[in-house]
Design a protein around this ligand. Structure first.
Ligand code: AMP
Ligand code: MG
Length: 523
């Protein structure tokens, strides 16, 4: 067993719940509660991230030792671990939901690795906590596979995210009514160990603020700045760093969402309790990846009616969430001007990041106003013709700028009839695109242009049906599909010979299959 160094600042520096019992309760005046993971019957390590293991200081033989599965199933603890659940609230689907808290996440502690990086380890699905409300604190295999794979895939796409260390099956069954339609069934249970420098969410600030506990709010803000934004503490030089801090949270959130939009990721549940203060993608639930380009698509059946968290609304929803955070933080400010200035930083940072994405996705040196319109026009065409987003953008770098044609792009369409109908409009668009590209300094250097495009337009993403296939295999006892995807998605921008099948369109059978086109919050 490696000598991990724990330095549990969240527990040490912030007030905790004096009650350490297991009962469900409202917790006032405290930001966390002690809780022990509930032991499981038969821990079995199913997959792990070699990158993350190494970063934390685990060798391969550490990972393969029996104690590793025991610890990351919650059956055993190491010296220095102090398990707790965090107390937070949140706005869910636009409405204040009161206290939520970690209902099935249990943090084990904060590891400081050899490089001095701080990584909090957190088990998801390790049993009930004081915040479990009426639920069981557990997680099923299918949702755990999805969280494990997508955390690592997102990281390798270069988009800020919480990470995943391990995926352990519990040997126990968990009962879920997947579509809330009166058909519960027993499914295999699993636990992911996720890892991040901080799991603080917007909702951690909203809860004490909603209760008028300004002292606790201030304590958490000061702690968060000191631990998670230390550069701001130094630069504030005796003053209050709150304004600068809020502005940085806004900018980080903007860059994260621009990343999602670039690769076609739909979070699915952008409630404020699922928004990280560090601008990390967090809480992979009923998320999904865009196959045919559709700004109105959401994978989340719970949101099917209003589609609040649809693909194309993510930038404005993130802004709305930041206004909730601004509201929560307002007792720390004498007037609202710095909060408005922070929100403006979101708007500016999002516009800049979006322009950067446009330039990179189209292979241009920079993005001019007319290029924003060029991209908007392309989006409208992709949407109306149901073209595959990932395949289309990847293939766009194969266009001959001197003789643009549809030929490199035909593989992106799901329906020949729709393609044929849209072809004149695409030819027209390609003409405009080629003319613009040839004026661009990069147009003169095709290799440079293609390379830039490849680094912005992934070849492989975690398509919903690919994740589902790995889940189907895992439920039948074959875990190789998980490892295959994990390996593939470590290099999403590289063409990987032999892996073409993973870069194809969503097959027809997956169009309306549960898990492939729609997911519920039941997990
Ligand atoms: P989510 O929509 O997954 O972000 O969850 C919203 C809230 O419900 C959070 O407070 C979760 O901790 C809690 N929650 C979700 N699933 C469970 C579960 N199976 N057991 C206990 N709490 C849960
Ligand atoms: Mg959540």
């Amino acid at each position: 067993m490696p000598a991990l160094r724990f330095d549990n600042r969240f527990l040490r520096e912030l007030p905790g719940d004096p009650d350490s019992g297991p009962g469900i309760r409202q917790v006032h005046g405290a930001l966390w509660s002690r809780v022990e993971p509930t032991a499981v019957a038969a821990p079995q390590l199913v997959a792990w991230s070699g990158d993350m293991a190494q970063r934390l200081g685990f060798s391969e033989s550490d990972v393969l030792s029996p104690w590793f599965a025991e610890v990351f199933a919650g059956n055993a603890a190491w010296a220095g671990m102090e398990p707790f659940a965090a107390n937070y609230g949140g706005h869910q689907f636009g409405h204040w939901a009161g206290q939520l808290g970690d209902g099935r996440a249990i943090s084990l502690g904060e590891v400081v690795n050899a490089a001095g990086e701080r990584w909090e380890l957190q088990l998801k699905g390790a049993g009930p906590t004081p915040y479990s409300r009426s639920a069981d604190g557990r997680a099923v295999l299918r949702s755990s596979v999805r969280e494990f794979l997508c955390s690592e895939a997102m990281h390798h796409l270069g988009i800020p995210t919480t990470r995943a260390l391990s995926l352990v099956m519990t040997g126990e069954q968990v009962v879920r009514d997947m579509f809330y339609d009166g058909h519960p069934r027993a499914e295999p249970g699993a636990i992911v160990c996720r890892v991040a420098p901080s799991f603080i969410r917007f909702g951690n600030f909203e809860l004490p603020s909603s209760r008028g506990d300004v002292a606790l709010l201030r304590q958490l803000a000061d702690f968060c700045i000191a631990r998670d934004f230390p550069h701001l503490q130094a630069s504030a030089a005796g003053g209050q760093p709150y304004a600068e801090w809020f502005g940085e949270v806004c900018e980080r959130t903007a860059r994260m969402v621009a990343g999602w939009m670039r690769v076609g990721f739909v979070h699915g549940v952008m409630n404020t309790d699922n928004m990280s203060i560090l601008g990390l993608t967090i809480d992979y639930g009923p998320y999904g990846w865009i196959d045919n380009f559709d700004l109105d698509w959401t994978p989340n059946t719970t949101d099917a009616h209003g589609r609040r968290y649809r693909f194309g609304w993510q930038p404005k929803i993130a802004y709305w969430n930041l206004t909730r955070l601004a509201q929560a933080l307002s007792p720390l400010f004498d007037d609202a001007a710095p909060l408005h200035a922070g929100l403006q930083r979101y708007t500016d940072a999002y516009a800049a990041a979006d322009r950067d994405s446009i330039a990179r996705k189209l292979g241009l040196q920079d993005c001019r106003d007319a290029d924003v319109a060029l991209m908007d026009d392309l989006h409208a065409l992709l949407q109306s013709s149901e073209a595959d987003m990932t395949i289309f953008f990847r293939a766009l770098s194969d266009i001959d700028l001197h003789a643009p044609s549809m030929a490199p792009l035909v593989g992106a369409f799901y329906d020949d009839g729709q393609r044929a109908a849209a072809e004149p409009a695409f030819i027209d668009w390609l003409g405009r695109y080629a003319a613009r590209s040839l004026q661009d300094p990069r147009g003169a250097s095709p290799r440079d242009r293609v390379e830039r495009m490849r680094l912005a337009n992934p070849r492989y993403v975690l398509r919903n049906y690919l994740a589902q296939q790995a889940i189907d295999r895992a439920e039948a006892g074959d875990f190789a599909g998980i490892t295959e995807l994990l390996d593939l998605l470590r290099r999403p921008y590289d063409d990987q010979p032999g892996c073409e099948a993973f870069a194809g369109k969503r097959p027809d059978w997956a169009r309306n299959r549960a898990g492939c086109s729609m997911l519920s919050c039941s997990s």
